[in-house]
Design a protein around this ligand. Sequence first.
Ligand code: ATP
Length: 902
Amino acid sequence: MREKLWHTMEIEDLSTALGTDPERGLSSAEVERRLQEFGPNALKEPPPRSLFSMVLEQLKEVLVLILIVAAVISGVLGEWADSLVILLIVVLNTILGVYQERKAEQALQALKRMTRPTAKVVRGGVVGEVELESLVPGDVVLLDAGDSVPADIRLTAAVSLRMNESSLTGESVPVEKDVGVLPEEEVPLGDRKNMAYMGTTVTAGHGCGIVVVTGMNTQIGRIAQLIQEAPQEVTPLQRRLAELGKVLGIGAGVLVLVVFLAGVRQGMDVLGMFMIAISLAVAAVPEGLPAVVTVVLALGVTRMSRRRAVVRRLSAVETLGTVTVICSDKTGTLTKNEMTVVHLYTEGRMLRVTGAGYRPVGDFVDEQETAVDPAADKNLRLLLLGGLLASDACLENGENGYRIIGDPTEGALVVAAAKAGIVREEAEREHPRLAEIPFDSDRKMMTTFNKIEDGVWSFTKGAPDVVLERCTGILQEGEFRPLDEVSKRRLLSVNSELASRGERVLALAARLWPDVPANPTSENAERDLIFLGYFAMQDPPRPEVRKAVDVCKRAGIRTVMITGDHLETAVAIARALGIWQEGNGALSGDRLQKMDDRQLEREVNRITVYARVSPEDKLRIVAALKAHNHIVAMTGDGVNDAPALKRADIGVSMGITGTEVAKEASDMVLLDDNFATIVNAVREGRTIYSNIRKSIQYLLSCNIGEIVAIFTAVLLGQGSPLTAIQILWLNLVTDSLPALALGVEPPENGVMEQPPRDPQEGVLSGGVGWNILWQGTMIGLISLAVYLLALSQGRTLEEAHTMTFATMALVQLVHSFNIRSFRDSLFTIGIGTNRYHLSAFAISLSLQGVVLFIPFLRGFFDTVMLRPGDWLTVLGFSLIPLLVVETTKAFGRLKQGRLQTG
Ligand code: ATP
């Protein structure tokens, strides 16, 4: 079948051509067969990088090239041992580099799989959700607002269906879709109204269609072939480190030159000095740092996904640690989204609905505590029936008890009706739905048209203020009466009373029609309505949220509730959760819309509850907060939330209730839709950043240690305290593992007791730069002292080198324990609390032991057997950093304590 003809075909011809049933879809056996024939419905991704190309990538590093040149020169001059060792170091370094990259890549791949999108299909007459990849031509697919279209589809049903096709046509205004056959063969893509194309999104309404082509045969598949691979993202931290690397590189160049010239002037052997200079250059540049940062970020992302927060961009991890405001939706994120109707209001009576959860058992009792029989009370029955008919949710009695499929707000109405014995199948059989105007959160209401007896009734349900505005009558004592302004006001005050108890109120209104209006729209059909009553429902707060809000407060993060719900409902719940307190502001959408941006900016720091907001308001709130330099995390689930999610520093979407569009626009997806998960992610973000700073502090202080020792010794005319090979070994082998392990330190005590980090602050600020300097100098001077001591005792140069080599390695390994906490004593956090660090310590220690103790290797590393007394000296000097740093930390804590109590 030629692709361009799909839109010209009648549905029957199309179904025959594709061998499918537009009602029941394909059988599972047929799907299997077609999967074999057409392959998975996926856009081809560039093949993963091969091991060989990864190795090559490593070898292209400038420093590695220098090392290879050094190895060749040594070889040519007959220094075989040196040459071999340098090559061994290059090999070890390459293995470590490739391993790290692999690890990072695998972590990111695993994440991609976690957020794999699904599609709703009808197969064998049953509706189900399947992975996008398993779609085949002929599959019958359902589309709802917020969905991303899973393949190229010919539409067979469309209710107010609108698509954003900008990914394909560049046109950002949504296109209205319908199912009419288009007789013209040559119709531009954007005008094929009966087709939906892969990668475009449903902005409103819902529909159904048959998949015509999948994977690379789709329109987007053809374009994808042309699109170049997206460049790898570089996070701000990685960029800053690259800059730091350049500065250090230049500094290293100068230093190396000075050392080389000083050495040669003192009459040292030129080749030896040349090798030392090269090794020193390798020592000065923290070449392992970018890899460590990538791995730590990637591992952090994996850890976060285990705690139900899937980060979609690496840089989001860094930003998370700087968040100062979290703007959260109420329903489902702060509350459980398990709605139950607890009150009904009709005909001036307030009825209480008893029962618990979704079990359809309960009574309707009036204010005198007398049970009202819904079968005998016509108004109550109509209210419940209308609520059910205007909803799509289903109540299911499964293995784990009753559950709701669909929107929980509607679920509550369905359960309330079921308590009166009104169930969907029966109700819909008697009163089939003839048309509808779907819900959208801007309008805050929806309408269905149902056949009732000989006529057609429309039921409009939605936010009370919105629905009441459209009402002109009220049903009372079985009659329609006009609704005057006084009664309207009274009804609104009933709404306020229910809302101030934290109940979510929905109004139901109806209208009688002689026939279904030809083209029902909100303007022509949601007006002149008759008010039937209210449903008031409770949605219990999630139990863990209150604590999470407190954690945020202590961490200097403000929590703001943003909801489509009524102001009073929102404030009541925000108060219960500690988000709203006396003195805080609360603003509703209509007032917000009257404010200009300036006014909003003035108020924004005071307001903690925004109610009745539309998705556009969310965008303005983000902008106003950002004008105060806040770093904003904003949640969203609907299709219209996408712009606000993109605008926020961290857009957070909902894994369970969120639409594909929201997920795609977000930086992070909450697998459990839970506010507490955002707070946990912020904690992780802060920890990861602090751990990266630990790795940096460790690597750079070790590097400075080596430079100080060599530089001072050469300037003092004492020659180099370490041989070139020894410097390379320390730098490229023994340092790397502890640096990586520091990157996975568990969170420090009090990470969430500090104010958020300033995103402008450099990686070396907050004392890290200073620590690197003095701790590096200390490491250098300790090693130098051992060298000079050995020389002064008349020991051979080999012995002095070996002692310095052993000391330097051990000092650095001991120092890695110091860095595990910036503030707390090692003995408070516990020596064994980071088992990766213990393993790294053990491995590096063993590697060092191997080159010091195995006679065969000693030849290569110019080491000699030390005497027991020498070992005591080495050990004694190596423990100095522990003593010194523990003491400075103790002073730091004392000072901080005094500041806090003072
Ligand atoms: P949040 O923004 O906290 O997630 P929300 O669910 O209240 O809260 P929306 O879904 O935008 O936000 O709903 C806005 C309002 O529209 C609700 O307060 C309610 O009055 C009304 N509403 C919600 N769902 C429906 C529905 N299925 N049918 C009719 N009206 C609804």
